[in-house]
Design a protein around this ligand. Structure first.
Ligand SMILES: O=C(O)c1cc(=O)[nH]c(=O)n1[C@@H]1O[C@H](COP(=O)(O)O)[C@@H](O)[C@H]1O
Length: 269
């Protein structure tokens, strides 16, 4: 079953809200944990246990695990395995992108089911040229994985690149969405190739109907609201509003669980 089809089913069953599992040093401190591998593991596994049985997608950000070296990456492997065992899809946020031959190695690391870090989907950066990501799209097709391409990111610096004009008078972001529309053509019920469009971007003239999912980070701590999600994404096929710190700051497992259940309820059409 393709990633798009699995995501479509998961959203129907659990709702679209995506929880970012980002063990910031400041959060470990607020939780009364040490900023080391033991603190990381307690934090990450508490969050997995609290939210993974209830959400369609979790999104661990790799950098927060990598900062502890190989033992931190081992915790990330557990987060991935135990989230999937709890029925959540794992979108590993790595924002990779390189020349094609290296992109293949990234695909092998994150999308090949035999890899210790194998995930359901990853985030990628297309700014070495969309075609440089072809090995990742090919691997995703082969292994029923998904790929989310940065298009209109939630940070204030994004527009300098993403709103830049292309030779045909469109924008860089629009060109990325055109490529995704081509990759997702004919996919039923939903394509496997998504775009990252921040919940904070205000408005956009870009056509978000590309038959693939939208990851909408910036929900919560960066200011994005349910009203923003409704206004911005009317034409999109499937939207995953995503929040990390707004959920994680709650600390108590029952409070995190209730937040995701309530948010999924509020996001129902
Ligand atoms: O790809 C992402 O997930 C992402 C894209 C983007 O445009 N903006 C953005 O904030 N993110 C990620 O989404 C998460 C946002 O975290 P909070 O601001 O704590 O909810 C972080 O893991 C970011 O790296």
């Amino acid at each position: 079953m393709t990633f798009g089809a699995r995501l479509h089913t998961a959203i129907a069953e659990r709702g679209p809200f995506c929880v970012g599992i980002d063990p910031h040093s400041a959060l470990l401190h607020d939780w009364g944990l040490t900023d080391d591998v033991a603190g990381l593991e307690t934090f990450a596994m508490t969050v997995v246990e609290a939210v993974a049985p209830h959400v369609s997608v979790v999104k661990p950000q790799s950098a927060f695990y990598e900062r502890f070296g190989s033992r931190g990456v081992a915790v990330l492997e557990r987060v991935i395995a135990e989230s999937r065992a709890a029925g959540a899809l794992v979108l590993l946020d790595v924002k990779r992108g390189d020349i094609g031959s290296t992109s293949q190695a990234y695909a092998d690391a994150y999308l090949d089911p035999t890899s210790p870090l194998a995930s359901d989907a990853i985030t990628v950066s297309p700014f070495l040229g969309f075609g440089s990501l072809d090995p990742i799209f090919d691997s995703a097709r082969r292994h029923d994985g998904g790929v989310f391409v940065l298009a209109l990111t939630s940070n204030k610096e994004g527009p300098e690149v993403q709103h830049a004009s292309t030779a045909d008078g469109g924008t860089v972001a629009g060109l990325m969405l055109d490529h995704l529309r081509r990759l997702n053509a004919d996919a039923e019920p939903l394509g496997s190739f998504g775009a990252v469009v921040g919940a904070t971007i205000g408005t956009t003239d870009e056509d978000l109907a590309f038959n693939g999912p939208v990851l909408a980070p910036g929900f919560g701590a960066q200011g994005g609201t349910i009203a923003d999600v409704r206004r911005l994404f009317g034409s999109a096929a499937a939207v995953l509003p995503s929040s990390s710190r707004d959920v994680l700051r709650l600390q108590r497992p029952d409070a995190m669980r209730d937040y995701v259940l309530r948010t999924n309820e509020e996001l129902r059409p």
